[in-house]
Design a protein around this ligand. Structure first.
Ligand code: PLP
Length: 393
């Protein structure tokens, strides 16, 4: 089916649709596609995972929505579970990544306001970042591609060069409240921070009494073989924005916060109608049980290492097309040589029934469901090889 002209034309869509999905495959009626995009790092457990379908349908037969003016049992349960698995003391549930960022930024500002330092309301952010599409999120990322035509932007962000610690130091003023960073930039083309850089940010925050926020919307929730990327990096933030895989396709975001940082977000300071509703929480509980289950994250690490080494072999075979293999765990990217467009490569992969996602810096992202097995990687590599051979022939 082609794109409806009734849709606000904000998306460049590939000309394909799907009738159903199962595991790591999507189907267009009888045609099978190997899905290494996972809805842009959303379907961590693949499509129609039986335990998630069961959790959702069981909850759908009991209770869909009650207001947050009441106690919601499923919400309480999941909040306890998620905070027990992370550094966080508090969690706020919302419906998307951008909303989780909104809560992160409000938490930073409110913290200093409540400590009688309302002038400390600026957040240092980084070039190449993507935090979503709200005015707060585009103001934070400050990339022209996202901000153009939407001015005036929200004041209060100082955007500096990604990875440049001197630029961070120079940007700190008496008005700085915190630093916000994606440990691995996703939309910009799979650009991981070094461990050293993130640790330096933590040290700077500690020295100046600032709050450190991580945007783990894309890199978090098992994607790199740890529940959150901060665990891989060994650097503990004060706030994390998380979404995507947390609901495996059910719209859900969350902001994870340390007690010290979150204590001033009191009744009336923030809110949501849908965030943490019983349907979302039932799904989220079942998803987290799977991700924290035996061997799940180890499998992500193993499959990630295997996929990366196979991709590096392909890079040696096709150096005229792939100039670099990037990323950690199952958040990988192929940087495509400038003479080819990444979207052209993605289209050719689609023609060979293989789904990937384009990103900045002419990168093709591979973000498969975290349940992939070796045989799926072997199949993916064969499809990539076949496609690249056809381009070279
Ligand atoms: N932050 C990051 C790192 C993202 O990758 C995204 C979405 O791609 C967002 C925030 C925004 O999430 P959402 O589209 O759910 O608002």
């Amino acid at each position: 089916m082609t794109t409806s002209l009734s849709l606000l034309p904000i998306h460049n869509r590939f000309d394909i649709s799907f009738s159903h999905g199962k595991g790591v495959y999507l189907y267009n009626k009888n045609e099978e596609y190997l899905d290494f995009g996972a809805g842009i790092a959303v379907n961590a457990l693949g499509h129609c995972h039986p335990k998630i379908v069961e959790a959702l349908t069981a909850q759908a037969n009991k209770l869909w929505h009650v207001s947050n003016v009441y106690n919601v049992n499923e919400l309480n349960n999941f909040a306890e579970k998620l905070t027990a698995a992370t550094f966080a003391d508090y969690v706020f549930f919302c419906n998307s990544g951008a909303e989780s960022l909104e809560c992160a930024v409000k938490t930073m500002r409110r913290y200093f306001y409540s400590k009688n330092q309302p002038h400390k309301n600026r957040v240092i952010t980084f070039s190449g970042a993507f935090h979503g599409r709200t005015i707060t999120a585009i103001s934070a990322a400050a990339k022209k591609k996202y901000t153009e035509g939407f001015e005036p932007l929200l004041d209060g962000f100082d955007n500096v060069e990604f990875g440049n610690i001197e630029a961070v130091k120079n940007a700190i003023s008496d008005n700085t409240a915190g630093i916000l960073i994606e440990p691995i930039q996703g939309e910009e083309g799979i650009r991981p921070c070094s461990k050293e850089f993130l640790q330096q940010l933590r040290d700077i925050c500690d020295q100046h009494g600032l709050l450190l926020g991580f945007d783990e919307v894309q890199c978090g929730y098992g994607r790199i073989g740890h529940l959150y990327a901060y665990q891989y990096y060994g650097v503990i933030p004060d706030v994390i924005a998380t979404a995507k895989a947390i609901g495996n396709g059910f719209p859900l975001g969350a902001c994870l916060i340390k007690k010290e940082a979150g204590q001033y977000m009191t009744a009336g300071t923030h809110g949501t109608t849908y965030g943490g509703n019983p349907l979302a929480m039932a799904v989220a509980n079942a998803v987290l049980d799977e991700i924290l289950g035996d061997n799940f994250l180890d499998n992500v690490k193993k499959m990630g290492a295997f996929l990366k080494s196979e991709l590096q072999n392909l890079q040696k075979q096709f150096p005229n097309i792939i100039s670099e293999v990037r990323g950690i765990g199952l958040m990988l990217g192929l940087k495509i040589n400038d003479k080819f467009l990444n979207t052209m490569i993605v289209q050719k992969f689609i023609d060979n029934h293989f789904l990937t996602i384009p990103a900045g810096e002419n990168v093709v992202r591979l973000l498969p469901p975290l349940i992939i097995e070796k045989k799926h990687i072997v199949e993916a590599i064969a499809k990539i090889e076949k496609t690249l051979k056809s381009i070279n022939s």
